[in-house]
Write a protein that binds this ligand. Structure first.
Ligand code: 3PY
Length: 249
């Protein structure tokens, strides 16, 4: 049985003051559920604040990106070991905004995934197609290539330490959401792709849906057989919305 993961992706939002309010409201309002994990992925400068405010709570924290390099002369980069130092357990890799605005390729995402795993950080590997790709019938081809690049660099034991997030690019920050069935179809396809490498690992990998998940659609999305949680953008910045999504899980 797979646990549900409700993960907030704060993107480049927040301040010490705003985070303090948001996190204290989340901690105070968290539903008591033993099969749902709650995670916030904060901008790097706030990870130590997350450690300070969340250590005594069940809420986990993680980062939004990681360097593929271990350490050294890489100005501006943040190493996986540094994220671990800040208490992170997870890191998002290959979000479509990084693929689009920072030209991250499937190979880059695979190297970041390997680096995260080598430091025992759980990578949340994002895959997803653009509107143009969906409309031209390329969804499966695109997400399969994105996923395969990662599967090629991990061994079977490591697959079970991955989280995959299906985030259709056309549903990110647009308010549009995939219908539960559209999302389920892609999640089932991704799980089949993993099963080609290892059936048992495929059954245990968490696959999250991301892309305008909000309180109004969370229950129906999370009810689908292969949707094991959400990677939540805008709604993760409002405690009431984030808590409502966690309660729907
Ligand atoms: C969104 O929901 O907009 C996201 O990009 C979540 O990662």
């Amino acid at each position: 049985m797979r646990r549900t993961l409700i993960a907030g992706n704060w993107k480049m939002n927040g301040s010490f003051a705003a985070n303090r309010s948001l996190l204290s409201e989340i901690v105070a309002g968290l539903p008591v559920s033993s099969d749902c994990d709650v995670l916030v992925c904060a901008p790097a400068p706030y990870l130590t604040q997350c450690a300070e405010l969340l250590t005594a709570s069940p809420v986990k924290w993680g980062a939004q990106d990681v360097s593929e390099h271990a350490q050294g002369a890489f100005t501006g980069e943040v190493a996986a070991s540094m994220l671990v130092d800040c208490g992170c357990q997870y890191v998002i890799v290959g979000h479509s905004e990084r693929r689009a605005y920072h030209a991250e390729s499937n190979a880059d995402v695979a190297r970041k995934t390997s680096r995260a795993l080598s430091e025992s950080l759980i990578p949340i590997v994002c895959v997803g197609e653009t509107l143009e790709q969906r409309e031209s019938g390329q969804t499966e081809e695109v997400v399969a290539a994105q996923l395969q690049a990662v599967l090629d660099v991990v061994d079977v034991a490591q697959i079970t330490q991955l989280v995959v997030a299906y985030e259709p690019v056309w549903a990110i920050g647009t308010g549009k959401t995939a219908t539960p069935q559209m999302a389920q179809d892609v999640h089932a396809f991704l799980r089949q792709q993993i099963a080609l490498k290892d059936v048992a690992a495929a059954a245990s990998v968490q696959i999250l849906y991301g892309g305008s998940m909000k309180p109004e659609n969370a229950k129906d999305l999370l009810a689908m057989a292969d949707i094991d949680g959400g990677l939540i953008g805008g709604a993760a910045l409002k405690s009431a919305d984030f808590l409502a999504i966690a309660a729907a899980a």
